[in-house]
Design a protein around this ligand. Sequence first.
Ligand code: PBG
Length: 309
Amino acid sequence: MVAENVLSPSDLIWPIFVLEGVAKREPVASMPGVERMSVDQIVESALEAARLGIPALALFPYTDPKLRTDDGREAFNPDNLVCRATRAIKQAAIDIGVVLDVALDPYTSHGHDGLLAGDEIVNDETVSALVKQSLVQAEAGADVLAPSDMMDGRIGAIRAALEAAGHHSTQIMSYAAKYASAFYGPFRDAVGSAGFLKGDKRTYQMDPANTEEAMREVALDIAEGADMVMVKPGMPYLDIVQRVSQTFKVPTFGYQVSGEYAMIVRAAQAGCFDCDKAMMEALMAFKRAGAAGILTYYAPRAARLLTES
Ligand code: PBG
């Protein structure tokens, strides 16, 4: 009666990893309970998610190492894994939104989100590549594009290209405040880029010491045409979620990233606490901070818990 916030399946976005092949599922070693799935299995999961009331999936590819190149060109192959998975979900007429990440890291031989010239990430050349990637993803039927690369000016460039190509209703969820974080470790294992990554992402992702910079990043992305924004990681950055949502009044999403997921699941496995309880408490904390929704690998389990109780 006195609860100020509620958590419901409609708050959850489920990130899943797509794998080549048919009828294939393989566990992600660093994320107990999470599997990579082939496209047919993704369709099954999409059906299950829709049944549970989860409004959207976020798809990430496990790209064959042979297809990873310096220029990340597999990102703009209209038949790449995430495009095929998106088309399969849409062809099956499943009532669920598809969110696709815009960034080059699952496709580059160096594991960076952008293009490299020598040791340096080149911003503007990267933005051109991201625009090409965005167009094939919109064409495949993605409902929401989620640029997670943190290049400057990419939201405006992507928005202009979408408009010019007639994709007027494709939405943009910008990873506006994305920190250079150790908590992404298990994700890089899941998409297979961990072994490739040279150096770190600190020249384009944010310094964990900063708040004002997050506010500037969010303001720019909204001005450039983002429909909604994201803060990432989640739980260690709920102060940022709260400040962004209160200041800008745009839908602000939090990402409970791979390391947060692994931390809770593994601590529970070690007997520290009950996994479901800790996870639901963490997810509620996002809502309390003002998140419009949460990206979480626990989405199907959480939705089941919420609908059963
Ligand atoms: C890459 C991307 C990352 C995540 C989502 N998109 C990793 C990174 O920036 O290295 C992390 C998600 C997670 O850790 O769950 N553009």
